[in-house]
Design a binder for this molecule. Structure first.
Ligand code: PRX
Length: 678
């Protein structure tokens, strides 16, 4: 394979996956799901061709399946890189997720199945807390919460930060914001105080909703404490947080442990239970902001990716329906294991699923608590038909052993999905055999925070799959692999993954940073969206994602900028310079290797490594903890002063993290030898 990537980029690319067997969907699958939306690959091709040739006609028809308060005057207005979809139309995503089903007489049907992590003693042994929330009662709760936000003075367009565990109140908060036109910014509960403060400051957010704590693997994550610390950090920057609404999830364990600031802090249930359950949906312009979600970029601080109401609503619900073959009233129970703190949770736990009127599961805790079979127990308990998770989780399941899924009845499963990172064939095959009984199709969905929904993916009842390939573009997606000039490359030549036409849920911008929006996605290849991944297409036209071409790491399916980790390291007094690269990791897919040079007076030691790891964790969260730290006198650099990341990547990949040494290393000779390669 030749690569049309620079040497630095191609060395960052994952090794190609070798499995070539083709798996076609079982012939009776569609019937067992109540039908198929697409009858054959020929139909897929015809519809895809039409969606590219006539996007306005195609998406105009799809959008008819949603309720709008006023119609659009044009389906698309495209002025690269600015897209407007369903121009002039008004709607509300909360109306399409909830009110619509209630008005149609489905208010008693289950919208959300929630399962808490802890198990409580019961007659048949310890049982988890389970709640079934129907569309009707959820609508009442959302209206109360929306009224509560209004009572705090929250206005349309204002950013409300949500920093919560996976409790039903998080789904309610999301929908309540959408209902009144407040823009939510969800921060994953694993992030520490500085990350909350940075995001609130960037978004100019003055209202936050949180929990006293969250359950994780039997322990309490003290969320409110982190919020208090963040508010303290913000105070120092003259940014006031006016209101903090707190769900008491961990009550007894947290008794006395949660600080309370009268006037600013409000107990969720005291505030919300007192509100009326009537609250009309705010008519939202299709292009009004729906949410910001911060994600790592290759430079500087995380960027606030902006999604808007109409296009995001249509695209996420339509992809969910077509990719997973979801159907209301067909007994489907859908479970995406992602946390709502990430885009997968936004699009495929809540927004894309609820308009399809299929129950969505929210599970609060860890996959291995109290036992390594917790996920399979949940699948069996709730008779899950559609299961969507990340390759990193699958690799953990493999490690924990086949006996765990083997203990449970998984026969209700029909469709399996993965997302977040390339899946290795071994994990794909294990998933198929041990979870899918060698029968369920696996949809390997490629997409990004920026794309809002699936962009390259198999369709469950239609597309033949090959382990490791995310197969073919979704309707409306004009994806291609191109060279630096934007020319499409022949089969099996690696290049840049781009999307050449706008699609409804594409990001509309980077919050308060137009230049970064243009530079990151639209500058390198004129007129095309640059995904930031390397890819190739094989003879069949299937896409094979080869990994990021920039300095973004993908650790357990989560994005991290190398610069973020480097900045966190140099903010420790013992460190003068740091370089961070990815390294292969059996479970996480990619681990973090940090090369660190120390300040005068600091000496390498195991204790210092531990201190640096916990320092990084306190700035960026546990996800960012380096798996390997190497101390070095100087970092290897090119003559122009660029750190030789490729050399560092080779070194990191070549040695086992457990054998890493605490002695100072001198890369000078190696660097000189390799200088010409960079
Ligand atoms: O590198 C790709 C990888 O995850 C990146 C996007 O990360 P994020 O915005 O956090 O969204 C993750 C969940 C949608 C991509 O640029 N990625 C995501 N899905 C896949 C993937 N790589 C290979 N195969 C996938 N299915």
């Amino acid at each position: 394979m030749t690569a049309h990537l620079s040497s630095a980029e191609s060395s960052n690319v994952e090794s190609l996956l070798k499995e070539t067997r083709i798996f076609s969907p079982a012939t009776d699958l569609a019937a067992s799901l109540g039908g198929a939306y697409c009858a054959s690959m020929d139909e897929y091709r015809a519809r895809h061709t039409r969606s590219i040739a006539d996007p306005e006609g195609f998406w105009g028809e799809v959008a008819q399946g949603f309720e709008w308060f006023t119609p659009w005057t044009r389906v698309l207005e495209w002025n690269c890189p600015d897209a407007k979809w369903f121009v002039g139309a008004t709607t509300n995503i909360c109306h399409n997720a909830l009110d619509r089903h209630v008005l149609d007489g489905h208010g008693h049907e289950v919208a959300i199945i929630w399962e808490g992590e802890p198990k409580l003693p019961g007659d048949n042994g310890p049982q988890p807390e389970v709640k079934h929330l129907c569309y009707g009662e959820l609508l009442d709760e959302v209206c109360r919460t929306a009224n509560a936000l209004k009572s705090l003075g929250v206005k349309k367009g204002e950013v409300v930060t949500l920093y919560m565990g996976m409790v039903p109140e998080l789904a309610i908060a999301l929908l309540a914001c959408a209902r009144i036109g407040a823009v939510h910014s969800v921060i994953f509960g694993g992030f520490p105080a500085p990350a909350i403060a940075d995001r609130m400051l960037d978004a100019n957010s003055r209202v936050i909703m949180t929990c006293d704590g969250a359950w994780r693997r039997g322990a309490v994550v003290p969320l409110k404490k982190s919020v208090d610390e963040a508010i303290h950090l913000l105070c120092a920057q003259n940014h006031t947080v006016d209101h903090c609404v707190v769900v008491h999830r961990i009550k007894h364990e947290m008794e006395g442990a949660v600080d309370w600031t009268a006037g600013r802090d409000h107990a969720w249930h005291e505030l919300i239970d007192a509100q009326s359950a009537e609250c009309a949906c705010e008519p939202m312009d299709s292009e009004d902001p729906l949410f910001l979600l911060y994600t790592s970029g290759s430079t500087g601080k995380p960027k606030g990716i902006l999604h808007t109401v109409g296009g995001y609503m249509v695209y996420t619900a339509y992809t969910a329906q077509q990719t997973f073959n979801l159907r209301p009233g067909a007994g489907h129970v859908y479970w995406c294991t992602a946390d709502i703190g990430w885009i997968t949770g936004h699009s495929y736990v809540i927004y894309g699923i609820m308009p399809n009127r299929v129950p969505t599961i929210m599970y609060e805790g860890a996959p291995n608590f109290p036992g390594d079979d917790r996920f399979w127990e949940i699948v069996a308990r709730h008779r899950v038909t559609h299961f969507y998770t990340a390759p990193t989780a699958i690799r953990s399941f493999m490690k924990w052993g086949d006996q765990h899924p083997g203990k449970h009845d998984l026969s209700t499963l029909k469709v399996l999905g993965t997302v977040g990172e390339p899946i290795n064939p071994e994990a794909w095959m294990w998933y198929r055999q041990h979870i899918g009984a060698d029968a369920c199709p696996i949809v390997d969905t490629f997409w990004q925070t920026e794309t809002g929904g699936h962009v390259i993916t198999p369709l469950a009842c239609v597309t033949p799959t090959v382990p490791g390939s995310c197969t073919l573009p979704f309707f409306g997606i004009d994806a291609a692999v191109v060279d630096e000039q934007g020319n499409e490359l022949p089969p099996n030549v690696g290049g840049l993954l781009v999307i050449r036409k706008p699609w409804p849920s594409m990001l509309r911008g980077v919050h308060r940073d137009r230049a970064r929006f243009i530079d990151t996605y639209w500058s390198r290849i004129k007129g095309m969206y640059l995904a930031g991944d390397g890819a190739r297409r094989c003879e069949k036209g299937y896409f094979w994602i080869m990994g990021r071409i920039d300095d973004i790491l993908n650790v357990s399916g989560h994005r991290l900028g190398t610069m973020e980790v480097e900045s966190a390291l140099v903010s420790h007094p013992a460190v003068v310079e740091a370089a961070v690269v990815g390294m292969p990791h059996e479970i996480k897919g990619m681990g973090i290797a940090a090369f660190v040079s120390l300040a005068p007076g600091s000496t390498p030691s195991e204790a210092l490594k531990t201190a640096l790891r916990s320092h990084v964790s306190s700035v960026l969260g546990p996800i960012a903890k380096p798996d390997m730290i190497r101390f070095t006198q100087t970092l290897p650099k090119t003559r122009s002063g660029k750190i030789m990341r490729r050399l560092l990547r080779d070194i990191a990949a070549g040695r086992d993290g457990n054998q890493d040494t605490t002695t100072l290393e001198d890369f000078t000779t190696l660097a000189t030898l390799r200088a010409n390669e960079e």
